[in-house]
Design a protein around this ligand. Sequence first.
Ligand SMILES: [Zn+2]
Ligand SMILES: [Zn+2]
Length: 355
Amino acid sequence: MQEWKRYKLKVAVYYSNDDVRLEERPVPRINDGEILVKMMASGICGTDVMQWYRQKKAPRVLGHEMAGEIVEVGKDLNNLNSLNGLNCSFKVGDRVFVSHHVPCYNCRYCANGDYTACEALHTGNYEPGGFSEYIRIPVENVKYGTLLLPDNVSYEEAAMIEPLACVVLGQNRIGIKKDQTVLVIGSGMSGLMHIQMAKSKGAKVIATDINKYRLDKALEFGADYVFNANEYSAENLKEINTGNLAEHVIVCAGAKKAVDDAVSSVDRKGKILFFAVPEGDINIPSTRFWRDEITVTFSYGAGPDDLKAAMEMIRSGAINAKKMISHTIPLSDIQKGFKLVSEAKDSLKVVIIPD
Ligand SMILES: [Zn+2]
Ligand SMILES: [Zn+2]
């Protein structure tokens, strides 16, 4: 019998940001067409530490940025029909990234390419979650959400595929053009990915954050100007932008001031993308936004095409995934990882690895 079959696996169960407990569970049994993956890297997402959002469903195994090695394949795996052209003839030993959420390819949203609106995408998941030694991948996720990793993409870099894919989707929604001005509010992980991607499109990028370490990182990843968010006002932006406001504002922070700064910094006909939201509702000055024809939009998650695009950006080096990983922490020390991410100070991507 293989080592993992008689083994009780370790999982990290989330109760709150400072109460993530290691528990033991039996290794999940896989069914026909499913696969079992040994977690090799699993990123902690900013949304994992949004306690007001996560605690509603706690206790729960989080983790949705996972890459690993296939250790068991179910029967009939090679008879699966993938509708999106993905290869699903996987075998033991394959290195893969697995998406936790996959669309159904059947509903009216999917027919329109709006995969992130698909009900199946919001409800499905792998078992028990990414912060676990072994993970059962249901048939749908095998068919529509499992990508073979190119040789030059490490497991840790692959943990960046999902977060980067969300950035791809968000920026596709606003359509940044060369020489436009983009203000990125919040220079944590998602902000830094937005900065890199906006720069790759030839935009002028201004970034804010309340933390000095992150402002330095923003400059390192290509921002043209940075401001301390506590002191920032739209006047600062005009001063360095020939008197103009920003065509695009991307909100990557959950503070109330982030919303105020977005509202005051967006130019006529400009767009605000809420990549992160504060707790509670957002107030928008509708009269001004009507007259100035400002678009306010949101993005949540990523679709299969975004995941493929993100993997390609990492593979080709268009986005430096490795440089964004500040900490790799063994599963048994996961509480330390949650502390780093929730403090949002001197850390970038925190990736959980096996013990
Ligand atoms: Zn995430
Ligand atoms: Zn659907």
